[in-house]
Structures are given as structure tokens and as C-alpha cells.
Ligand binder design. Structure first.
Ligand code: NHR
Ligand code: GAR
Length: 221
């Protein structure tokens, strides 16, 4: 299982561009991330992240949700493809399909997501537009364990980004994304080293209950 010198078996689910995937591929290649990326799986055949995986020599698969009659049969196929790799960790990296409670429960404690907001603020979609419309001066991103309720699982780490006066959704998203590329590999490394785990509705970090004052990346390490 997890430990300092063991590489965990990781499956990455994507839907698009895959820049977070790239940060993880780079971490695995350079050796800073103790993961063996078993597969990158996309629900969209045209996701650019598939090309990034191929470039890195990582196996890819497509489970195209439009080819299935309903969410249930799509998820059964997705689950079968994931479980063929016997992953110790599954991560959503810009994966854009809501997952059913049954699917999420199957991966309880070993399914992570990165969400572009300072949760619990701005769950769901269009977070940058909504943060700007609300006049926020600070925004960011969160890595959390996935539970059935959308974007509500226990948070492992967050990074803040300032909102600047001339920001539009694209400039703000780019600033947040740069932080995402730091905190996702960090959270995955902690998980792989056995330092973080989900216990009930909480995250344990080195065996201690993680409290909100410890969540910000700038204050870690
Ligand atoms: N599933 C569960 N059960 N819990 C979470 O926390 C999940 C999840 C599935 C995906 C990622 C997520 C995010 O970080 C995520 C977290 C897609 C939608 C969405 O509305 C919402 C949140 C997230 C991902 N998707 C539409 C749907 O009908 C489709 C949108 C599209 O295809 O562009 O699934 O914010
Ligand atoms: C990232 O900003 C990620 O946080 C967000 O989509 C982007 C994916 O970029 N995820 C969601 O909004 C989930 N609903 P990437 O494909 O370049 O990693």
C-alpha cells in the first residue's frame, strides 16, 4: 500500500485540455511523484489530454458517454475500464461528467477532484465568472476527496489567487490554473506517501484531523 518508496497505481479521468494531467505526467516522469500512471481515460474522444498521455507513453482509453443510452450504462463501462487497472487512487482532472452516488461510493477514499474555487464557495460550473460577478478579491482552487454530493467532499489543500481589477474570466482562470498545477501534484504525493486519507467527513493529515487553518498551500511545508 502507500509508503515512501512504493509507487501507487493511478488512473486519471479527463474530459479536455489536460493541463493538470500534464503537471502529473511531469511529476511522474521526474520522479517527484511516486505514482505509476496506469491509464488516462477520457469521456470525450477529442480531448487534447489523450495526446499528452500518448506523448508521455501512458496508455489511454476513451469511454464516450454519448455512445451509451444512459448514465448508468456509461458508468458501468467506465468503472470496468478503471478497475481493470486495480488503481489505489483515481483522480478527476477536468473531468466534466457528474458521477452517481453508487460510482463514487465504489471509490470511497480513493477518488480525488480538483475544483477551481475556494470551496465551499462556488460549487459547480462557471466558478471564475461567478467569483468576478460577486466582486471577490480572492479566488483559488481546491483538491478534495469526492463524495456523492457535488464538490462537497473533504478538502485536502487549497491555493489562493488574487482577483485583479482588470480580470476577465480567462485571465482569472489562468492565474488559478497555475496554482492548480502546484497543488494537485502535492495532494497526490501526500496521498501516495500515506500522509492523507479520508476518515468519515474529514481528512486526516499525518494522522491528525485537518482543520481549515492548515489547508492553504502557502502555509504548508
Ligand atoms: N461527481 C460527484 N458525485 N461528486 C463530485 O464532487 C464530482 C462529481 C463529478 C465531477 C468535477 C466537477 C467540478 O469540480 C466532479 C465532481 C461536472 C459538472 C457538471 O455539471 C459539475 C461539476 C464537476 C464536473 N457536468 C454536466 C453533467 O451533466 C456536464 C457538463 C459538460 O459536459 O460540459 O454531468 O466542478
Ligand atoms: C481546471 O481548471 C479544473 O479545475 C476545472 O477544469 C479545468 C481543467 O483544465 N475542473 C472543473 O471545472 C470541473 N468541473 P485541464 O483540463 O487543463 O486540467
Amino acid at each position: 500500500m502507500a509508503g515512501i518508496d512504493h509507487k501507487i497505481r493511478l488512473v486519471v479521468l479527463i474530459s479536455g485540455r489536460g493541463s493538470n494531467l500534464q503537471a502529473i505526467l511531469d511529476g511522474a516522469t521526474s520522479g517527484v511523484l511516486p505514482v505509476e500512471i496506469r491509464a488516462v481515460i477520457s469521456n470525450r474522444p477529442d480531448a487534447y489530454g489523450l495526446e499528452r498521455a500518448r506523448q508521455a507513453g501512458v496508455p489511454t482509453a476513451v469511454v464516450d458517454h454519448t455512445a451509451f443510452p444512459d448514465r448508468q450504462t456509461f458508468e458501468a463501462a467506465l468503472r470496468q475500464r478503471i478497475d481493470a487497472e486495480r488503481p489505489e487512487l483515481v483522480i478527476l482532472a477536468g473531468f466534466m461528467r457528474i458521477l452517481s452516488a453508487g460510482f463514487v461510493e465504489h471509490y470511497r477514499g480513493r477518488l480525488l477532484n480538483i475544483h477551481p474555487s475556494l470551496l465551499p464557495k462556488y460549487r459547480g460550473l462557471h466558478t471564475h465568472e461567478r467569483a468576478l460577478a460577486a466582486g471577490e478579491r480572492e479566488h483559488g482552487a481546491s483538491v478534495h476527496f469526492v463524495i456523492p454530493e457535488l464538490d462537497s467532499g473533504p478538502v485536502i489543500v487549497q491555493a489562493r489567487a488574487p482577483v485583479l481589477p482588470d480580470d476577465d474570466p480567462d485571465t482569472l482562470a489562468a492565474r488559478v490554473l497555475a496554482r492548480e498545477h502546484r497543488i494537485y501534484p502535492l495532494a497526490i504525493r501526500w496521498f501516495a506517501e500515506g500522509r492523507v486519507r479520508m476518515q468519515g467527513d474529514n481528512v486526516l493529515f499525518d494522522g491528525q484531523l485537518l482543520t481549515s487553518s492548515r489547508l492553504l498551500e502557502d502555509e504548508q511545508e
